[in-house]
Write a protein of this length. Sequence first.
Length: 306
Amino acid sequence: MDRLTAMRVFTEVAERGSLTAAAQRLDMSRAMVSRYLAELEAWLGTRLLHRTTRAVSLTDAGNDALPRCREMLGIADDLACASNADSTPRGLLRVACSTSLGQAFLAAAVTRFIVKHPGVAIDLVVADRTVDLVDERIDLAIRVTTEPSPGLIARKLATCHSVICAAPSYLQRHGTPTRAEDLALHNCLTYTYFGKSLWQFTHDGVPLGVPVGGNLSANEVNVVFAATLAGAGISMQPVYSALPHLRDGSLVALLPDYVPREMTVYGVYISRKQMPSALRALLDDLVGQFQTGLFQDTGYPGRQAV
């Protein structure tokens, strides 16, 4: 737990008399405010607030703790001001992303960043699940999604295009689908957490959902990708992963008239308040790298019109 942040949450709630008002002031979700309060109370071993449906008030222990929390926050702010006199990005950042994005793009992107900013160190947390930014002390998560998580600050980094593809060996054995509806006759390899039974397209400007199924699904994107390369079936892959294989012919792009639903790459973080200079610099740098790198270089044989 970030105890200073928890103390700041507690003082805001005490001053405003409302979890909702404190959440708005701190640019957090109300649930996150509640979590910080609960963790602070657990750490101190006492209840700090009386909570009802209409009001929040301090307990005796809360009255004792409030001035001490304010004093500690004042010291922390003074130290931050002293350290920020030099705005050069420095310090450790914990950055989370999926396995496929980390391997295909982000590892090289953060390497370029730390070459430019040698005072910054990055701990890259690679996981094919939604990490909890508070519990796992994540400064920045890079997520590919249609909708960013509520209660977090999200900055758009890029648009993520997908492609329906298969290995030539699979197509030789089972034929090539020419319409999205033909996917019902094929072995479609799916990802447990996204599009497991329904793939979304746009065809001639009209949204279209196509039921799919097959004999292999996995909770890790790279496993589905490896199975596709091995000829196990047809899958929907992010273009950033599939691009080299589409160009060398080890994968074939299918259904050029059907455009898979676009997703968005977001950089998400907890709060804009007192954002470290290293995090601000990394976000600005990633915006530029996503706009000029692999996510913009999407030309390949059979590319669908987007």
